[in-house]
Design a protein around this ligand. Structure first.
Ligand code: PEP
Ligand code: MG
Length: 537
């Protein structure tokens, strides 16, 4: 048995699909002859064409017409005689086939990414796919299209970036296993949102497990059983059945308020990463959105989303929730969330560096685009704006000043908008320690225990070696939480919690006692959290 961390509940039984993320590095490839390199290139193009044609046929069968069209577009692009002849010219100039394919594709990518037209920009990302496929074929890297794995697959990878996770088709994935990442890593958060059992931080998983191996994964304990016998499989299939049954019993809390035995009503909201997740919140009886992590809108693309695109996403959530509260967090990038096109400089200590509100305040245009989109979306529902990683009162003031500029601009342009209350995340010791002062500037608080625990304990949340110290029950973290809730209460502003600890049944009684107003949790934990609150005195 392999032991990791249980990061997303449930049991998965299926076959391993190893996701190889070998870097596409061709620096060691030796030039043969011009004809030799051209022959390699032709073979790669031929293989690419064959593979793509097969994928198109398969997709058409499974009714994925739209995706099939995209792939047909890939074929047409690569059949462009200019593209191939340009690659061959580079080979004549002394480039190995890999370098030739890379350089020519990059030239097209640069050309298409700079243009205004969205359709043309989409071509840049198509050519990126073509480039990566050609390089993989040339280098013999065995790659797996995550979105197309067969039903009953258990994905095994070193790590899942948010963009890899977002390509998962949850119907076909029985479980996820990774070598790194903890309970609060973003892959864990997304796995829970998709209700896929996950065992993370399983040492050497991609080496010990072989492609095609049968596996049983326990997402509660983080255990992985390679090549299980029939009785073990039957045992875990029964456990999965019971787990699903218990989950169904929670459905009774769907439209019940979270009311403690003494009659105090709390709000239970859901955390989301993209507009479509709102469905998940509603299906799980969520009473609002306590955290919309907008950075996911900025990922997996080549340029920042426009004001219009952002407005559409925020407004869709606001409309779907109607009168219910929607707390949208401004861009929280940096740290572990890199975005290539924002060219965030490499830093010695990215978690202590130029991230979140700090980055946004220094990139006014980017920030204003988001704030304008938020103000406009506020006119479509009950939107609140939340600032991440705040450490000083001045940061709140600066963001509010910028918001005032945006309001004046929108007013002048005659665009409909509504003012939205501005609150902050309390996720640094600094913010907790001055939460009494922050409460004078902020309309509400939301405690981000994921970061608050890390920063208070000076522990990297993804580092398995110090994971014992990453503990929300450490007295220092509990004091920071209690202090924040009490300071909010004294100032008369609402206080919520959107870190993972908000769903921790061991912590909920204390949070209720201290006076936390709102619990924002992974959509799949909403019903259980309601039940846990109802069980409190
Ligand atoms: C937190 O830090 O608790 C939080 C909710 O923010 P994120 O997990 O996105 O950093
Ligand atoms: Mg955080």
């Amino acid at each position: 048995m392999l032991k990791g961390i249980g990061a997303s509940q449930g049991y998965g039984i299926g076959r391993a699909v190893i996701i190889d993320d070998t870097p596409l590095d061709y620096s060691g490839v030796r030039y043969t002859t011009p004809d030799g390199e051209k022959a390699r290139l032709d073979r790669a193009v031929e293989d690419f064409t064959k593979e793509t044609a097969q994928q198109i046929a398969a997709l058409k069968d499974s009714a994925g017409e739209k995706e099939a069209l995209i792939l047909e577009g890939h074929l047409t692009m690569l059949q462009d005689p200019f593209m191939l002849s340009q690659m061959k010219e580079n080979i004549d100039g002394g480039s190995v086939a890999e370098a030739a394919a890379d350089a020519v594709c990059n030239m097209f990518i640069d050309m298409f990414s700079g243009v205004e037209d969205e359709m043309m920009r989409q071509r840049a990302s198509d050519i990126k796919d073509i480039r990566d496929s050609l390089l993989k074929l040339l280098l013999g890297v065995n790659s797996v299209a995550i979105e197309k794995v067969p039903a009953g697959s258990i994905l095994v990878a070193k790590d899942f970036t948010p963009s890899m996770t977002s390509r998962i088709n949850k119907e076909n994935v029985a479980a996820i296993v990774t070598e790194i990442g903890g309970v609060t890593s973003h892959s864990a958060i997304l796995a829970r949102a998709m209700e896929i059992p996950a065992a993370l931080s399983v040492p050497d998983a991609t080496r010990v497990i072989r492609d095609g191996d049968e596996l049983v994964v326990d997402g509660f304990k983080g255990e992985v059983f390679p090549t299980p016998d029939e009785s073990l499989k039957a045992d875990y299939a029964a456990r999965q059945e019971k787990y699903l049954k218990d989950k169904a019993a929670l459905a009774a809390f769907f439209d019940k308020p979270a009311k403690t035995k003494s009659g105090v009503v709390k709000q239970v909201y859901g955390n989301i990463g993209k507009a479509q997740d709102v469905e998940n919140v509603l299906q799980n009886g969520g009473e609002g959105i306590g955290l919309f992590r907008t950075e996911f809108l900025f990922m997996d693309r080549d340029t920042a989303p426009t004001e219009e695109e952002q407005f559409e996403a925020y407004a869709a959530v606001a409309r779907a929730m109607g009168e219910r509260e929607v707390i949208i967090r401004t861009l929280d990038i940096g740290g572990d969330k890199a975005i290539d096109y924002l060219s965030i400089e490499k830093e010695e200590n990215p978690f202590l560096g130029h991230r979140a509100i700090r980055y946004c305040l220094d990139h006014e245009e980017l920030f204003k685009t988001q704030l304008r989109a938020l103000l406009r979306a506020a006119a479509c529902g009950n939107v609140k704006i939340m600032l991440p990683l705040v450490t000083t009162v001045d940061e709140i003031r600066a963001a509010k000043a910028l918001l005032a500029v945006c309001r004046a601009e929108l007013e002048k342009e005659g665009k409909p908008f509504k003012d939205a209350p501005v609150g902050v995340m309390i996720e640094t010791p600094s913010a907790a320690l001055i939460s009494d002062l922050m409460a004078k500037e902020a309309a509400f608080f939301s405690i981000g225990t994921n970061d608050l625990t890390g920063y208070t304990m000076a522990v990297d949340r993804g580092n398995a070696k110090v994971k014992g110290l990453y503990d929300v029950f450490q007295p220092s973290v509990l004091r920071a939480i209690e202090m924040t809730i009490k300071n909010a209460g004294a100032a008369g502003i609402p206080v919520g919690m959107c870190g993972e600890a908000a769903a921790d049944p061991r912590l909920i009684p204390s949070l209720v006692e201290w006076g936390l107003d709102e619990f924002s949790v992974t959509p799949t934990s909403i019903l259980q959290t309601k039940k846990n609150i109802c069980d409190c005195e």
